[in-house]
Design a protein around this ligand. Structure first.
Ligand code: ADP
Ligand code: ZN
Ligand code: ZN
Length: 700
């Protein structure tokens, strides 16, 4: 019998949303099965999306091509998996086939049927769970777990750093595994490399066999192996980064999103999905519990979990769970603000901070200094003619790296040796302005040169940032040095503030956090607050030292509400003040946004496409009575240059769409998609290199 089937194949990025191709198949197939089909001159992997027993009407049945192979060793992908992919493609405005295929391990595309069958045979074994009991739960942990047992969620667990959130995840998994012999759990983390301890803890608790990891640092073979184990239901726990949200897990019963506020849950290329938001959607599809957790929740999740008012109205959809106390007697560090207005001009590290660091080092304790800029200095400058180390391809300065005496553009990668003299006027006296982590490390070395550790040896300073960890394994070995106590003072970018369980750090300092207070991106303060709270959480994790642990902030705005809230470790106060501002300005989470971006050789061309699309969209919608009511519901702003306007000689422009209704915004984007295809094909927009849509963008 001949059937006609719709197959998701890897089609180009901007083919019509939801697009599948129709093929004929002489072979029996089921929805969700993987097949090989011809596409152009190639043979590609595809996913069977739908099966028809009648020939399609628009196309002549004879012209359809035939499926060439079925990967029948592999059970079909679950309906809910296909629904998740379909929703993601629609919501984030990408082609279905692109999303479907990029959600599968790349090696599946290369293996022959025989190779696949061999792989499957090799690991076709049940993987036993060996649960080791955890500690007796604290009162707060018990309460939260009881709330989870009696509620449906989604839940937002708001718990201080060190309040035992991880223990709650493990217990929730344990309970689920004990009650359902097939159940699977998905544990999502922002970045596995930065939190090796969590992986160890999960493996230690449930036995290594039951757990698979999924993240981009794995080899294709490892990824396939883990994917197959999850797909077969053998892997009971999947621990992964954002990509793991698409793991095939037929018996999924629990999804945990750790550090749910972390921006790395948002994919920044291709389908720009938010794994955190998809977790909530997937939970609903598969009837799995969803637990989002953070010490500094995203304002979106905080708003969605707002309690109902006195009349029981206007509450959010999420249920908020609270764990305010740290485990044991560990206290949160004392926050100390240094008013930089009162320090001598050009002070990098204030005298009281340096004295505090010295005292700690002499007692054998560790300190951590945060500066969100790598390199030695963000720009080189000639005082005679005003030359600055601009990148010729980007609207950015090249950063001075003293270690190898280079000027490097952090956007396009352009790297050159530092000139001996000013390239414009020949002045030999060119100087760095501002400072980065390299310079901070050097400066600190000078300030602490005379300081000795308790054993009489000189102080040891180390730096961890994207430069110091470029080589494979470098980050792990540097972290190990911190853990073993070889390092006294650690200097680094936000990389070091995330998640590490440094037991002996008793002082954390933010050297220059002010820039985020006045950023053009309205989310910058939210990110800064999360970063500082998280950094503060690094200090005093060991109860015996927590009483004296401190978080220092050097700032020109010590009275700023953000620092006031930080001082009290008061996320709810910070969130309330931010939400008031966001409400007044109609910003997310009160409204919903999408960005349309265009890239071209000139800014005019890039903006030209966006503005033409905007006009065509509004004309088209207004002309049709069935869509005219959409126009006033969605604000479509004129095109503007992006804040990083030029990267690698490409000019970038963006257009913001904003609406109080997510539904209206989605409808608008759907119409926009069609309009863009028409407009794009007009000759005056030939110079456009690419365009893309970012729904719920994280940076504006
Ligand atoms: P969080 O994830 O909230 O930062 P963790 O779960 O890592 O907190 O807990 C902080 C520390 O407290 C860890 O060392 C953990 O082993 C310990 N811990 C957590 N829960 C308990 C408990 N119920 N009894 C004893 N120690 C606990
Ligand atoms: Zn000059
Ligand atoms: Zn550049």
């Amino acid at each position: 019998m001949l059937v006609w089937i719709d197959i998701a194949v890897p089609t180009p990025a901007h083919s019509p949303v939801g697009g599948v191709l129709t093929y004929r198949s002489p072979l029996g197939v089921q929805a969700g099965q993987l097949v090989r089909v011809p596409l152009g001159k190639r043979e590609v992997l595809g996913v069977v999306w739908a099966i028809h027993d009648q020939a399609p009407t628009q196309i002549s049945a004879e012209s359809l091509r035939e499926v060439t192979g079925v990967l029948d060793g592999l059970s079909p992908l679950h309906d809910t998996w296909r629904q998740l992919v379909q929703f993601s493609a629609q919501y984030y405005q990408r082609a279905l086939g692109e999303v479907a295929l990029s959600a599968l391990p790349p090696q599946l595309r290369e293996l022959s049927n025989e190779q696949l069958v061999r792989r499957l045979k090799k690991q076709n074994t049940e993987r036993a769970v060996h649960t080791t009991p955890g500690p007796a739960l604290s009162q707060e942990q018990s309460t939260v777990l009881a709330q989870m047992a009696s509620g449906t969620g989604p839940f937002l667990l708001f718990g201080s750093t060190g309040s035992g959130k991880t223990e709650v995840y493990l217990k929730a998994v344990e309970r689920m595994l004990a009650t359902d012999p097939q159940a699977q759990a998905l544990l999502m983390v922002p970045e596995i490399n930065l939190t090796p301890q969590l992986e160890e803890r999960v493996r230690a608790r449930f036995g290594s066999e039951a757990v698979v990891s999924m993240h981009s640092g794995m080899t294709p073979a490892q990824r396939l192996k883990g994917w197959l184990a999850a797909h077969a239901g053998h892997a009971r726990i999947v621990l992964g980064t954002r990509m793991a949200i698409f793991a095939s897990m037929p018996h999924l019963k629990l999804i945990v999103v750790d550090e749910e506020h972390d921006p790395s849950y948002k994919q920044q290329e291709g389908a720009r999905y938010s794994a955190r938001d998809l977790a909530v959607y997937r939970g609903k599809l598969q009837n799995a519990q969803v637990l989002l957790a953070s010490a500094t929740p995203s304002l979106e999740s905080w708003h969605l979990s707002r309690p109902a008012d006195a009349e029981g109205l206007n509450g959010g959809r999420y249920q908020r769970l609270l764990m305010p106390s740290r485990i044991g007697t560990a206290l949160l560090p004392k926050v100390r603000r240094v008013d930089m207005n009162k320090q001598p001009r050009r002070t990098v590290l204030s005298a009281p901070l340096v004295a505090a660091i010295q005292e700690r080092v002499e007692r054998g304790e560790q300190c951590m200094l945060l500066l969100n800029r790598r390199g030695y200095a963000p720009v080189l400058h000639c005082a005679d003619c005003g030359w600055k180390s601009e990148c010729k391809h980007c609207s950015a300065f090249r950063v001075f790296h003293k270690i190898d005496r280079t000027l490097r553009c952090h956007h396009c990668g352009l790297t050159e040796r530092v000139p001996r003299a000013c390239p414009e006027c020949g002045n030999a006296d060119i100087a760095p302005i501002g400072r980065g982590t390299e310079q901070l490390e050097e400066h600190l070395g000078e300030l602490l040169a005379h300081v000795l550790r308790p054993d009489g040896t000189p102080v040891r300073i180390a730096r961890i940032d994207a430069d110091s960890t470029r080589l494979k394994g470098a980050l792990e070995s540097q972290l190990a040095q911190v853990h073993s106590g070889e390092v006294d003072v650690l200097v680094g970018t936000q990389m070091i503030a995330k998640g590490h369980d440094f037991r002996r750090i008793t002082l954390v300092a933010a050297v220059n956090p002010d820039t985020a207070l006045f950023s053009s991106d309205f989310r910058a303060p939210e990110r800064l607050f999360a970063l500082l709270m998280q950094a503060a959480g690094r200090a005093g994790r060991d109860a015996t030292q927590s009483a004296t642990s401190e978080m220092w902030v050097q700032t020109f705005h010590p009275q700023h509400t953000l620092f006031e809230a930080l001082k009290k470790h008061d996320y709810p106060a910070f969130a309330a003040s931010e939400l008031t501002e966001r409400t007044a300005a109609d910003l997310p989470p009160i409204s919903h946004q999408a960005l349309l971006r265009a890239d071209a050789r000139t800014q005019e061309t890039a903006q030209g496409l966006l503005n033409a699309a905007r006009e065509a969209l509004q004309a088209q919608l207004s002309a049709d009575p069935s869509t005219a009511d959409l126009v006033p519901q969605v604000n479509v702003y004129p095109a503007v240059p992006m804040s990083m306007q030029r990267v690698a000689d490409v000019e970038r422009a963006q257009m913001l769409l904003e609406s109080p209704s997510r539904m209206a915004l989605q409808k608008m984007l759907w119409h926009l998609h069609g309009v863009l295809h028409q407009v794009r094909s007009q000759p005056e927009h030939k110079g456009v290199i690419r365009w893309l849509v970012d729904v719920d963008p994280q940076t504006i």
